[in-house]
Design a binder for this molecule. Structure first.
Ligand code: SF4
Ligand code: MSK
Length: 628
């Protein structure tokens, strides 16, 4: 009997059936094979932080070991394990940001990468008090990059935060001693504290983890998004299509998967290269069809309107269509299984990053110094593979969904200008008024991944539907945004299922009730929106009727995100139980005591309708406290 249901999407179920006939293995097969999970691991009770271990603590009091060899208790082990997840998640987002900032530091007017948004560059420079008078924009860019890079390893002081961070929040972090000093420093300090013989106080461990996570959200991710906008432009509202039906029968199909826009922005140029299109035609294809996946898919859709093939759990299904010439990847959320799976089909699995080399893949390292040439080489590899497609084994689903993408804060403001009073143009004031007046009851962020232990996309969709029915505006990023796009909720037509007052606002602003704001790193756009609204109202973020939810999360990045969301004063709902239940103290801190420090806490709820109900209740409570 099957333990886990696979997907809400019939096309995906059909592809899984095809995969079975083809003898292909997918994540659902591996989930079944994994059978019951390790009981110690599920509760976070296993420690192998030193070679006296592994040690595991019995979850049953009085039975078996109640301490590790060094004397570490369940509280210590669980909190250390959780903290390590935060460190890894912060490292992933922030290393991504560092890569983009290094790119900004070497950008030249005649290079492959140029500055696409001078306004945003100058604004950031001004915020950071960089003297821009009489300076060339590339000189300014290099100085901005220097200041940004300092935030990773500055030896003294605090991180330079964006203006959107309300002063009250910053003061609170200072008072609670969770204000981050530098990104790398926080990751290193946290890892140090988890070493044997260091931190053995669960609450202090989790406070350190909060500090590290803040450096992810308000620095690493924030700078990653800002610098991407400077280099590749601020996303604008764009219509595009989602799901694997976006693959083309008679074109070279390239699936681009991962996270880093430095690669995707060059691949997008390379697929329009005349020479390469010519070569594709020589081989009998009508053209080259670029399809994004996961967060790279989001980056591409929001800046170029590139079609999106799907989210995390669709990466193997893309190969199973038999219609994909190449899956090109960079970093994060890439199944190593793609190496073996693609050999069953004609697909080339091409890795490009030294940080994510995968045995069995074709590795063509992407070189930023010769970016366009390098991207062309990678795309050519895909084109040359077109002749190997086995047409008798191709199945491309037929159902695609239109959706809107590209709701950066700047674009939201442009839409708000449609209804703004003259003196409020260019600000978020109309949104503030709609929230204060009650036509928008609050704003909920749906973020995070898919997880094979949950029917793909189901929780994202059910929660979003219920929230918009109740006049709560949904903002979404990452794989959640893709789930909602596939379900039609990120299209303007979805406003017909929204509550009456939200529907009226959506129609007046010409927006969908679910705003697709980009990739995982772009949760920083949501932080910015929250901070800017709080600043306009002169309150702290914790006072606002906001909520965050990661209904199908799986990655360590999601743990870091949850922690920085809570540290920012926004409640966070998790639809998958984190591996912390081995310690009552840790559970109690995350779901209770942390609220005394940050004004927000975690809720763990696996039922999507209950989740939506709880979000609505907390949002109404916050409205009541604000007297609105
Ligand atoms: Fe065991 Fe302590 Fe070593 Fe962990 S750090 S493996 S609990 S002895
Ligand atoms: S890609 S971290 S599966 S959202 Fe950003 Fe999706 Fe989660 Fe990866």
């Amino acid at each position: 009997m099957k333990m886990y249901e696979n997907s809400v999407n019939e096309d995906m179920v059909a592809l899984l059936e095809k995969g079975k006939k083809d003898g292909a293995e997918t994540i659902w097969d591996r989930t079944e094979k994994m059978k019951s999970q390790c009981g110690f691991g599920v509760k976070g009770l296993c420690c192998r932080n030193c070679a006296m271990g592994p040690c595991r603590i019995s979850p049953v009091p009085g039975k078996g070991a109640d301490k590790g060899l060094c004397g570490a208790t369940a509280d210590v082990i669980v909190s250390r394990n959780f903290a390590r997840m935060v460190a890894a998640g912060t490292a992933a987002h922030s290393d991504h940001a560092r890569g983009i900032i290094h790119l900004l530091h070497k950008v030249t007017p005649d290079g492959d990468y140029t500055i696409k948004n001078v306004k945003k560059l100058k604004k950031l420079a001004e915020q950071w008090e960089i003297d821009i008078k009489d300076k060339d924009i590339y000189e300014i860019a290099h100085e901005v990059a220097r200041v940004a890079l300092d935030n990773f390893g500055k030896p003294f002081g605090e991180i330079t935060f964006p203006k959107s961070l309300p002063r009250a929040r910053k003061e609170l972090w200072r008072k609670e001693k969770i204000i981050p000093r530098a990104i790398d420093r926080e990751v290193v300090s946290l890892m140090h504290a988890t070493h044997i013989g260091c931190m053995a106080d669960a609450e202090e461990m989790l406070k350190m983890a909060l500090r590290t996570a803040i450096s992810d959200g308000w620095a690493g991710s924030f700078m990653g998004t800002s610098v991407s906008d400077i280099l590749f432009d601020v996303p604008k509202a764009t219509k595009t299509e989602s799901n694997l039906a976006v693959l083309e029968e008679n074109q070279v199909n390239i699936v681009l998967h991962g996270h880093e826009p430095s690669l995707s922005e060059m691949i997008v140029l390379a697929v329009s290269d005349k020479e390469l299109i010519e070569r594709a035609k020589e081989l009998g294809a009508e053209g080259i069809n670029l399809v994004g996946m996961c967060c790279t898919g989001n980056e591409l859709s929001m800046r170029h309107g590139t079609k999106n093939g799907g989210n995390f759990l669709q990466q193997e299904l893309a190969v199973i269509t038999g219609a994909v010439e190449a899956v090109i990847v960079d970093v994060q959320c890439i199944f190593p299984s793609l190496a073996e799976l693609s050999k069953k089909y004609h697909t080339k699995f091409i890795t490009t990053s030294p940080s994510a080399r995968i045995a069995g893949a074709t590795h063509i390292e992407f070189d930023e110094d010769t970016a366009y040439k390098s991207a062309k080489k990678i795309v050519l590899e895909a084109i040359e593979n077109y002749k190997n497609r086995r047409r008798e084994n191709v199945y491309i689903p037929q159902n695609q969904t239109n959706f809107m993408v590209g709701y950066s804060v700047e674009t939201i403001v442009e839409h708000l200008d449609r209804v703004a009073d003259e003196n409020e143009k260019g600000t978020l004031m109309p949104l503030v008024k709609a929230i204060a007046g009650g036509s928008i009851r609050g704003v909920a962020a749906l973020v995070g991944c898919n997880n094979p232990r949950i029917k793909q996309d189901e929780n994202h969709i059910k929660i979003a539907q219920k929230l918009i029915e109740n006049n709560i505006l949904v903002v979404a990023t990452g794989c959640s945004a893709i789930a909602l796009a596939k379900a039609g909720l990120a299209s303007k037509g979805a406003s017909k299922i929204a509550g009456g007052s939200l529907r009226n606002i959506c129609e007046a602003l010409d927006i969908p009730p679910v705003l697709h704001m980009g990739s995982c790193v772009d949760i920083s756009r949501i932080l910015r929106l929250s901070g800017d609204v709080a600043n306009l109202l002169n309150v702290d973020i914790a006072a606002l009727p906001l909520a965050g939810a990661a209904p199908e999360w799986m990655s360590e990045k999601a743990v870091a995100i949850g922690m920085y969301v809570v540290a920012s004063g926004i409640d966070a709902w998790l639809g998958v139980l984190p591996q912390v239940t081995g310690s009552e103290k840790v559970v109690n801190f995350l779901t209770n005591d942390v609220e005394k420090i940050t004004g927000a806490k975690f809720f763990v709820e696996t039922d999507p309708i209950q989740t939506a109900d709880q979000i609505i209740e907390r949002i109404e409570m916050k409205r009541g406290n604000l007297g609105i």
